[in-house]
Design a protein around this ligand. Structure first.
Ligand code: GTB
Length: 217
């Protein structure tokens, strides 16, 4: 039975690989598992069949035989636990890699998403000029702490792991804003991950979907 994941039929990120199916594609490429993709419109995300897989009506979902999963972090963790290549064998190193997965999603991603959301929906609000620097500072605090931890190391804890995969995907949302670029070691960390063949394959696959979508551009 082939693994099936879901993704946008036309991603709002315009093929930049920022939607969360990219994490799952990348993880599957890292462990060498082929997968099918069911492409969905925004409306189809709310179909009963899709809500049975993800009650929040979002991509990505993951199906493998009897197993249906949602939440990109849980899906990447499942892939990393089931197939070799994304978690170390040593029990303590494995636990630390999982801590980095949670840190990416639970500690670093929230201020980055808050910043994106503020820029998207609060730009015309009276408080925007006051609020944006506050939100931006929260992001920069986290990036500074991450930079201190990373130091000169290539990855967060030894070999590349699922923790790096999620952290890099979280950081990518800041690319081109100037914020990530101000933290040159983190920008280099992201670039190092993007050079991985598995990342390239996943990126090209999601880009091909966007390029094939009917255009209203
Ligand atoms: N916590 C969930 C997870 O990690 O799986 C969050 C999943 C999620 O946010 N999915 C979004 C979705 O399905 C797509 S990825 N939204 C449709 C809906 O809620 O109706 C989020 C996303 C969208 C667009 C960009 N972008 O344009 O840059 C980046 C990220």
């Amino acid at each position: 039975m082939t693994i099936t994941i879901t993704a946008f039929e036309r991603s709002p990120d315009r093929g930049r690989g920022l939607a969360r199916d990219m994490r799952v594609r990348w993880a599957l490429e890292e462990v060498g598992k082929p997968y099918d993709v069911r492409l969905l419109s925004f409306a189809a995300l709310k179909d009963p069949q899709q809500l049975a897989l993800n009650p929040f009506g979002q991509i990505p979902t993951y199906e493998d035989g009897d197993l249906g999963l949602f939440e990109s972090g849980a899906i990447v963790l499942h892939i990393a636990e089931r197939y070799a290549g994304l978690l170390p064998d040593d029990a303590n190193a494995r636990a630390r890699a999982k801590a980095w997965m949670f840190a990416a999603i639970g500690t670093v991603e929230p201020p980055i998403v808050e910043r994106s959301a503020a820029m998207l929906v609060e730009r015309d609000k009276s408080w925007y000029a006051q609020r944006l620097p506050i939100v931006e500072d929260r992001v920069r605090d986290r990036l500074g702490q991450l930079r201190t931890h990373l130091g000169d190391a290539p990855w967060l804890d030894g070999e590349f792991s699922a923790g790096d995969l999620l952290m890099v995907h979280v950081l990518q949302r800041l690319k081109g804003s100037g914020t990530l670029e101000d933290f040159s070691t983190l920008a280099a960390y992201v670039a190092r991950a993007e050079a991985r063949p598995a990342y390239r394959r996943a990126f090209e696959a999601q880009l091909a979907v966007f390029n094939a979508a009917p255009s209203d551009r």
